[in-house]
Write a protein that binds this ligand. Sequence first.
Ligand code: 16G
Ligand code: ZN
Length: 534
Amino acid sequence: SLDVDAIIAHADQYPKPAGVHFQYGTAGFRTRGDILESVVFRVGVLAALRSKKLDGKTIGVMITASHNPEHDNGVKLVDPRGEMLEAAWEIHATTLANAQTSQEFVQTVQTLISAANIDITKPANVVYARDTRPTGPALVAALELGLKAIGAQGRNEGVQTTPVLHYFVRCINSKGTKDSYGDDSVDGYMKKLSESFKSLVAGKTRPEPLIIDCANGVGAPTAEILVKYLGESIPLILHNTAISTKGALNYECGADYVKTQQRLPPSLNGVLKPGQRACSLDGDADRLIYYYLDERGHFHMLDGDKIAALVAAFIIDLVNLAGLSGDDFKVGVVQTAYANGSSTKYLADRMPVKCVPTGVKHLHHAAEHYSVGVYFEANGHGTVLFSPSAVEAMKSHKPSTPAQASALQHLINLTELINQTVGDALSDMLLVEVVLAHRSFTGAEWNSLYNDLPNRLVKVVVKDRNIFKTEDAERRLVSPVGLQEKVDELVRKYDGGRSFVRPSGTEDVVRVYAEATSRPQTDELALKVAQLVY
Ligand code: 16G
Ligand code: ZN
């Protein structure tokens, strides 16, 4: 049975800070990095329990705060197929993190063991990694003590991007099975991406150099390795790679900066030439935003919605060309309410589009319902999922012309290029580059697939964001009662107007989104809805 004394003795080394409430939210636990050690210790114990519950399957733990400031940090768990932790366990995580004392912590552990019917004699395996944040090493030490306290087997993967860690988890658990996902090493990841990329662009014109803003984060060392594997196949120029410069991470750079500021990272001023393509990763390299300057030097952003439009239309074409389309082979797209109305229209004219609440797990699960499910959040997080039966159909399909054969081979290569466990900025970047090469598109041509409606996102600090409750994939408020009707009344006054209000899952604020056909109208609508919320 459980070695209660050992757990208490170890837990005493990481007492919970008083007066703080931790919550396992949309992105795991996330707060200031210097108050997270007790949480991460306990996550070590929880990850081991999750592994035991799943018969010793390997669970992942990623220590990162993504696009958030350098002093923040966070931790999240990865389930055996490389996916986000099952929702029911998010609640267990919150309960364990908030136990006031070591004794109370052990009691909550014991309650969980009996409630979830966990056989604690089973083995426990956990693989973990961290991003480049200065608080990372101390948090890894706390995690390792948690694993030791419960006798779990840990595997330290050092500094890795979030999607590489997800990839490892899936590879480890599928090793030797018919669903084997790849080799569980950096070399395996790099070979998988670079070899499929090279096959997909074989015979295409080599593009102009692409600038990558690495957000001064973990994407930089990973991209440096990828550049070597890609060799001559694509010219990449890395910027913002200063991972040891204090305060540089995500500071005036990175995907979140570009998306929220809708402007070029200042460090690329004078570097990016008109017409040249550039992209930004976020601090853990799971988000991607593209952009370019036109001849007049005006900035144009190609966000997650534009990526979805580019990629989904390409995949539909390949599926048709390969002769795979039919009732049992459905390509669909999943978005959130933040998707630009023009992107939804563009996509819905071509394929089924579903809207789900914010957060990768919602998008991911909805995308699993299609043969090929494309999902992207406007913020640049997304990927493409190929269902097992779709992969089966591709493998057994007998092409009847050389054109069919080539489209089919492209689709099969895409299943290798795309990181299907979670959004992966580097894999998505290569995916975008493949489509641009096949379409012979410049950034401007890609941008012209549709014109974004002007949009505005506003943060409103309120007394209690928990009174804001939504329905219909967060597009409508049910509480406070009567507020949605007031929003509707305002929206009706604006040409092409759309607006919604939702509580943030990661910050203590309420977010207001608005779009309309003109910039001044959009700004006015956002402001007026925000005033309703105060
Ligand atoms: C987290 C989510 C992201 C979502 C964002 C919304 C994951 C891995 N990340 O970063 O998908 O867009 O939260 O934040 O699920 P908000 O609730 O504060 O608007
Ligand atoms: Zn991220």
